[in-house]
Ligand binder design. Structure first.
Ligand SMILES: Cc1cc2nc3c(=O)[nH]c(=O)nc-3n(C[C@H](O)[C@H](O)[C@H](O)COP(=O)(O)OP(=O)(O)OC[C@H]3O[C@@H](n4cnc5c(N)ncnc54)[C@H](O)[C@@H]3O)c2cc1C
Length: 411
């Protein structure tokens, strides 16, 4: 059968957190959209992610917060240890209470399984909203209409194009955003399932060593997620050739830094992420200050807008914020009673979205980069200051960045 040419009002590229949040927000506002996803099914790559207070506010605005709460444990504390120091002195570098209140209300941190969150968002969308195996390969213009060429040969005409297509976004490229830069660090992630219960307390454990940082957090009573970020060197060339080699590399690094045996046992038992070693990239924050986040009836959200290093655990959380703000601004522009012609209303809605999200994006990307640099530095002075004085400040910064409210779908 010949691929067809079709027309849609609002097209969202990518069914990740940003794309599904934007589509669901628009649906709640009574506005239909179609989501084009390049994969044949939802992609839950990376297993899980730390979901902070700001993300729960966004999920509540979308009407799925309670469903996610029921499936995941609330983290009670954030415990940072430098195992080499701890083995000599017995000291924990920092323990922060994660249930204390921030300026805008109580904190809430859970380690959320990506598959469960993506499914929860998808289930609320009208059938047929997501078109799988639909990869956008090029964007052209016919007046105000965007003409999307898909990899299967079909063509789709769109009145509005929202790029939620991740770090290698074709929409960000079309807008002329700066290419993401490599931070010099990589990450590995894993997931351990204990059918009879893992017995760990709901605490976010973090181990800082020379040139690496590892974190571990239970999602629920049976699943534990962990990550490991490090600065690759000549010595570890080839560790990402197989899951077995990658896991052994992580275990060797952690064992060499005296990480407790219980934590090593979790890693030894786990399944590794499909991407064994992800290079950590970010959009230079200076470039975001003046970037064209929107142009006419096109804009970007999530990693397509603000890829960041994972040191604040905010990339996915802020993608959810983007989705809510975008749905509110675009939804109000479309269903509101302004007398302006539709095109002008769409452009004004996207301009407002870009205005709200620009500085939040700049702040998150810059803070994540700085925290990552300090936490993993093995420079003598930086690591001395970090271990003596800065750990408390860094933990406080995580909570501060999470104490943000993107608002509801109507204000
Ligand atoms: C190691 C690591 C740890 C992290 N930890 C956390 C954490 O703890 N907390 C947190 O909040 N964030 C975390 N993040 C960041 C988080 O994973 C991302 O910020 C988040 O997934 C971005 O969501 P998104 O929807 O913008 O993009 P993505 O999840 O990348 O989704 C983009 C979607 O678009 C599709 N797509 C791509 N190109 C096209 C195309 N041309 N046409 C159609 N579809 C396309 C893709 O298949 C994909 O489904 C971490 C990231 C890493 C690497």
């Amino acid at each position: 059968m010949q691929p067809k040419d079709t027309a849609e009002d609002i097209v969202i590229a990518g069914a990740g957190l940003a794309g599904l949040a934007a589509a669901l927000g628009l649906h709640r506002k009574g506005v239909r959209s179609v989501v084009l996803e390049s994969s044949p099914m939802l992609r839950a790559s990376g297993f899980a992610f730390t979901t902070w207070t700001n993300a729960f506010r966004a999920l509540d605005a979308l009407g799925v917060g309670d469903k996610i709460r029921k499936q995941h444990l609330q983290a009670q504390a954030y415990v940072v240890t430098h195992p080499v120091i701890a083995s000599a002195t017995g000291e924990t570098v920092r323990e922060a209470d994660l249930t204390q209140s921030g300026k805008r209300g109580p904190n809430e941190i859970r380690c959320v399984r990506r598959d469960l969150l993506l499914q929860a968002l998808e289930e609320e969308l009208p059938r047929g909203t997501i078109r799988y195996s639909s990869k956008i390969i090029s964007i052209e213009e016919d007046g105000d209409i965007k003409i999307l060429q898909l990899a299967d040969g079909s063509v789709l005409r769109a009145k509005v194009l929202i790029g939620c297509d991740g770090i290698n976004s074709v929409v960000a490229k079309w807008l002329g955003l700066a290419k993401p830069s490599f931070s010099g660090r990589s990450a590995a992630r894993g997931f351990a399932h204990y059918p009879d219960g893992h017995g760990f307390e709901p605490k976010f454990l973090q181990f800082v060593g020379d040139g690496f940082r590892a974190g571990m957090l239970p999602c629920n009573q049976t699943d534990i997620y962990w990550f490991f970020t490090w600065t690759p060197s000549e010595h570890d060339k080839g560790v990402d050739e197989s899951a077995v080699k990658m896991k052994q590399f992580v275990l060797d690094k952690l064992r060499g830094s005296k990480v407790p045996e219980e934590a090593l046992a979790v890693i030894a038992k786990s399944e590794m992420s499909d991407v064994l070693a992800a290079p950590l990239r970010f959009r230079p924050p200076l470039s975001l200050m003046t970037a064209s986040i929107n142009k006419g009836n096109v804009c970007v959200a999530g990693d397509a807008l603000h890829p960041m290093t994972p040191d604040l655990g905010q990339g996915g959380c802020s993608a959810l914020e983007d989705g809510v703000v975008l749905a509110r601004c675009l939804g109000e522009a479309l269903v509101g009673d302004s007398a302006a012609v539709e095109n002008e209303r769409i452009e004004a809605g996207l301009r407002e979205y870009a205005r709200i999200r620009r500085w939040r994006s700049v702040e998150l990307v810059a803070t994540a980069y700085t925290i990552g640099f300090i936490q993993e530095s093995n420079h003598a002075i930086v690591s001395f200051l970090r271990d003596k004085f800065l750990s408390g400040v860094l933990a406080g910064r995580l909570l501060k960045m999470a104490d943000y409210d993107c608002g509801t779908l109507s204000n």
